[in-house]
Write a protein that binds this ligand. Structure first.
Ligand code: CP3
Length: 357
C-alpha cells in the first residue's frame, strides 16, 4: 500500500485556480527554486543540473528551499526539473552549460533526421519516472504546507529547442509544414502522458510553459500552438477527470491569444507584462483565473519601488478578479533575497480579502 499524502494546510492557490473565493490573493514565483538562492548555488556547485533533476532526494531538497526560506509567504512549490526533459525522453541530447543555459549538441536538422532519430514510442514511466519519483517524494516532504505544481513545456517551445532556435523552427514551418505538424503532435503525445503521470505521482496543479508563444503571430499561433495546447488540456482532463487538477497555461507574449486561451479548458492563464491587467480582465470575463504579471526586473529595484509596483499590480487586478500573483516571467538570477521578501509580503498585505465583499 502506498502511503497517503499529508493533509493540506494551505490550498489557497488551488481554490483560486478553480474560481473559488479566497481570503487572500495567493502568490508564488516562476523559477522560484534556482540561481538567486545561495542554498541552490551550493547544490549546483556540487552536482550537474540534470543530475539534480534525476535524483529525487536532490530535486526534493531544492524544490523546498524557497518554501523554507520564505516560510509562510509562498503559496505553492514547483517541482525542480526542466521543460527539456521531454526532448531528452524523445531521444534528443540536451546538456546544461553552467551559467549559459541549455545546449543541444545534435539538433534535428530536417524531417528525415526527425524520422530517423526521434524515439517512436516514449514510455514516460521508463524515461521520466525520475520526475514522478521526485514529485512523490516532494509531496510527502512538503507535509501539506503548500500545493505542489508539476509542469511541462509547450509543444511549439520544445520544437524550437529541438531544431535549434526560432529561426530554424520558422524555417521548418515554411519548408516542411506537414512534418512540422507531425513533430508538434509527437511532442504533444509525450506531454500528455507526462502530465497525467505527474498528477498520479502527486502534482496538485499543472502549468504548461509555452515560453516562445510570443515568437508566433496570431495566425501562426492558432495553427502551431493553440491546437496542441487545446489537446493537452482536453486529453489530460479526460484521463484524470475534469475536476482532478487545475491547469495553467503560460503562453509568454501571446497577449492576442488571451480570448482563445480563456475558452479551451485551462483554469488559469498566466500573463507576462505586455498586457494591462484591465485589458486582461475585460477579455477573460471571469472564465479563467489570471496569474501574473509583474515585470521581473522590478525586483532589481529598491525595496520601496518593489512595494509600490507590486501594490499597484495587485490593486489593478482587483479584489473581485480570479487572481494569483506572480511575476510575468521567471525570477532573474541577480535578484536580492530581500527583494523577494518585499514582493511576497506586499502581496500578502495588499491582497487580503474580506470574503463577503
Ligand atoms: O520554477 C522553478 O524553480 C522550477 C524549476 C524550473 C527550471 N526550469 C529550473 C532551471 C522550471 C519551471 C523551468 C522551466 C523552463 N526551462 C522554461 C520555461 C519557463 C521560462 O523561463 O520561460 C524554459 C524556457 C527552460 C529552459 C531553460 N532551462 C533555460 C532557458 C535555462 C537557462 C537560463 C535560466 O533561466 O537559468 C535553463 C536552466 C535552468 N532551469 C536553471 C534552473 C534552476 C538554471 C541552471 C543553472 O544555471 O544553475
Amino acid at each position: 500500500m502506498e502511503k497517503p499524502f499529508p493533509e493540506m494546510k494551505n490550498d489557497l492557490i488551488l481554490r483560486a485556480a478553480r474560481g473559488e473565493e479566497t481570503e487572500r490573493v495567493p502568490v508564488w514565483i516562476m523559477r522560484q527554486a534556482g540561481r538567486y538562492l545561495p542554498e541552490f548555488r551550493k547544490v549546483s556547485a556540487e552536482y550537474d543540473f540534470f543530475t539534480i533533476c534525476r535524483t529525487p532526494e536532490l530535486a526534493t531538497k531544492v524544490t523546498i528551499q524557497p518554501i523554507d526560506r520564505y516560510d509562510g509567504l509562498l503559496d505553492a512549490a514547483i517541482i525542480f526539473s526542466d521543460i527539456l526533459v521531454v526532448p531528452q525522453a524523445l531521444g534528443i541530447e540536451v546538456v546544461m552549460l553552467p551559467g549559459k543555459g541549455p545546449h543541444f549538441p545534435n539538433p534535428i536538422v530536417d524531417p528525415e533526421d526527425m524520422h530517423r532519430r526521434l524515439k517512436e514510442k516514449v514510455d514516460v514511466h521508463e524515461d521520466l519516472q525520475y520526475v514522478f519519483d521526485a514529485l512523490t517524494m516532494t509531496r510527502h516532504a512538503l507535509n501539506g504546507r503548500v500545493p505542489l505544481i508539476g509542469f511541462a513545456g509547450g509543444p511549439w517551445t520544445l520544437m524550437t529547442y529541438m531544431v535549434e532556435g526560432a529561426e530554424k523552427a520558422k524555417g521548418w514551418i515554411h519548408k516542411y509544414p506537414e512534418e512540422s505538424q507531425e513533430l508538434l503532435q509527437r511532442i504533444t503525445d509525450v506531454i500528455v502522458d507526462y502530465l497525467v503521470g505527474q498528477v498520479r505521482a502527486g502534482a496538485q496543479m499543472l502549468q504548461v510553459f509555452e515560453s516562445f508563444g510570443g515568437d508566433l503571430g496570431p495566425d501562426d499561433f492558432d495553427r502551431l500552438s493553440l491546437p496542441y495546447l487545446t489537446q493537452i488540456v482536453e486529453r489530460v482532463k479526460y484521463e484524470l477527470g475534469s475536476d482532478a487538477v487545475p491547469m495553467t497555461i503560460f503562453a509568454k507574449g501571446s497577449f492576442y491569444a488571451l480570448d482563445s486561451l480563456s475558452s479551451i479548458g485551462y483554469d488559469t492563464v498566466s500573463l507576462n507584462w505586455t498586457i494591462d491587467p484591465e485589458d486582461a480582465i475585460e477579455i477573460a470575463q471571469g472564465r479563467v483565473t489570471l496569474q501574473g504579471n509583474l515585470e521581473p526586473s522590478v525586483l532589481l529595484g529598491s525595496d520601496q519601488e518593489i512595494e509600490v509596483e507590486t501594490e499597484k499590480m495587485v490593486r489593478r487586478f482587483g479584489s473581485s478578479t480570479r487572481y494569483i500573483a506572480n511575476l510575468g516571467h521567471g525570477i532573474l538570477p541577480s535578484v536580492r533575497l530581500e527583494a523577494v521578501d518585499v514582493f511576497l509580503r506586499t502581496v500578502h498585505r495588499v491582497g487580503r480579502r474580506s470574503v463577503a465583499e
